[in-house]
Design a protein around this ligand. Structure first.
Ligand SMILES: *[C@@H]1O[C@H](CO)[C@@H](O)[C@H](O)[C@H]1NC(C)=O
Ligand SMILES: *[C@@H]1O[C@H](CO)[C@@H](O)[C@H](O)[C@H]1NC(C)=O
Ligand SMILES: *[C@@H]1O[C@H](CO)[C@@H](O)[C@H](O)[C@H]1NC(C)=O
Length: 398
């Protein structure tokens, strides 16, 4: 089903993991440089050697060197600056001092105070880094409950490590996220909550309506039924890529109701991302409307819904995009549809489509074939044609 080429939530997740990997790699390099030796005694000869080896890349050592120094400088917290409580004084610390003097456990314990003090974004970034270091496996739920505005610092990648079992926590984080660009984080949060068996109440679903609906495919069919109609107005194809057929059924009916006062191309433009939930009758209703369905949308149609469409109907449905059938000739569901057509009729399209029921082949009554649509393959030429070579092979081997 997932046939749109646009990026999926999973894709961005992968990118994030990659970024994370690269960052960790850099961190490993730096900590290695640090453990190898802090002074110039070892670093300088190594750098000179490296700069000879990498003479084609002159600028490299000058970049590595100050960084390595910085890391070693960061090591010790200046005396008198040790921190045992999160208070206003910390707001005046230099970034490297925060890095050296504050630890993740303290931040987790006093998250309420972190949120109460007007730290700069740079300072919050350091706190985030400290917490991530302290909880490499993800924040515990006790911390998540108190995150409050600090939630704005976390990435979807972080959230996918969490266990969230409390609806109150979800609600408080949604409240913090409202009106901010937190759609991906919200989707991840909802996903984690639902994966843990959590139930969303009506009020939460209503709150969700104010976010871009990237979370739709995480919701159960029942929850989807309670989603406000706004969601179908704002959903983009990529928001629906990972939805299952049952979810698409519900979203499609919602969309049909939402867009019922539209017609023709205006209606089609709106309903397009939801058509994977449409029935054969719904598609037939679109045929006379000259909508010129694109092949990308055609591919998302459910196989069993597409199969009963006639060649004339498909020709009308696709309009000028008909020729693109050839590109999809080998892929389901177009391939399955082709198997059901008579080759002579396919030839009449002039697209060079292959795989139809051969001319002169026993043509079964189409109605009879549709009545047996539970097992259309038994009657298509594909399986029959593959049986013949198998028999021949068996004869030759004997
Ligand atoms: C989430 O729960 C699983 C299973 O109980 C556990 O293995 C994992 O460590 C938990 N993760 C966090 C971040 O608490
Ligand atoms: C259809 O209804 C929506 C609101 O329900 C409205 O915004 C829109 O203008 C209407 N469109 C037409 C073509 O009547
Ligand atoms: C579709 O196109 C045909 C011929 O181009 C035209 O006769 C018909 O009125 C159009 N139908 C709609 C609903 O626009």
């Amino acid at each position: 089903m997932a046939l749109w080429s646009a990026q999926r939530p999973l894709g961005s997740c992968k990118t994030l993991s990659l970024l994370f990997l690269l960052l960790s790699f850099e961190w490993v390099l730096l900590s290695r440089a640090q453990t190898a030796d802090t002074g110039q005694g070892v670093m300088m000869p190594w750098l000179q050697r490296t700069s000879q080896d990498l003479s084609w890349q002159r600028s490299e050592p000058t970049i590595i060197f100050p960084r390595a120094l910085q890391v070693t400088e960061k090591k010790a917290c200046p005396s008198g600056k040790e921190t045992h409580v999160v208070d206003e004084n910390l707001a005046f610390y230099e970034e490297w001092e925060l890095e050296a003097c504050v630890d993740g456990a303290l931040l987790a314990e006093q998250m309420d105070r972190v949120n109460a003090i007007p730290f700069t974004y740079q300072q919050l970034d350091i706190f985030k880094h400290k917490l991530d270091e302290f909880y490499p496996q993800g924040y515990p739920e006790s911390l998540i409950q108190h995150l409050n505005y600090f939630f704005l610092e976390v990435t979807p990648h972080d959230i996918h490590k969490w266990n969230v079992t409390s609806l109150e926590t979800v609600k408080s984080l949604l409240k913090v996220s409202k009106g901010r660009k937190m759609d991906a984080q919200v989707a991840a949060l909802i996903a984690r909550y639902l994966v843990g068996g959590g139930q969303l109440d009506k009020a939460t679903l209503d709150t969700l309506a104010s976010f871009h609906p990237t979370y739709l495919c995480f919701l159960s069919p029942e929850q989807l039924s309670s989603v406000q109609q706004d969601a179908v107005w704002t959903a983009m194809p990529q928001d629906l890529v990972s939805c299952h057929p049952l979810q698409m059924d519900i979203l499609y009916s919602k969309a049909r109701i939402a867009f019922q006062n539209m017609s023709g191309s205006e209606y089609f433009a709106r309903i397009k991302p939801f058509l994977a939930g449409a029935s054969t009758e719904d598609l037939r209703a679109l045929v006379p409307q000259n909508i010129s369905m694109d092949i990308a949308t055609f591919k998302t149609l459910r196989k069993e819904v597409l199969l009963p469409l006639t060649i004339a109907e498909v020709r009308k449905l696709l309009g000028p995009n008909l020729a693109e059938l050839k590109v999809e000739e080998g892929n389901s569901p177009v391939r399955d549809w082709i198997f059901r057509q008579r080759q002579i009729d396919l030839d009449s399209l002039g697209l060079g489509l292959h795989g139809g029921i051969p001319n002169g082949y026993l043509v079964l009554d189409l109605n009879f074939r549709e009545a047996l649509s539970g097992s259309p393959h038994l009657l298509g030429p594909g399986p029959v044609l593959t049986v013949i070579p198998t028999l021949l092979l068996a004869l030759i081997l004997n």
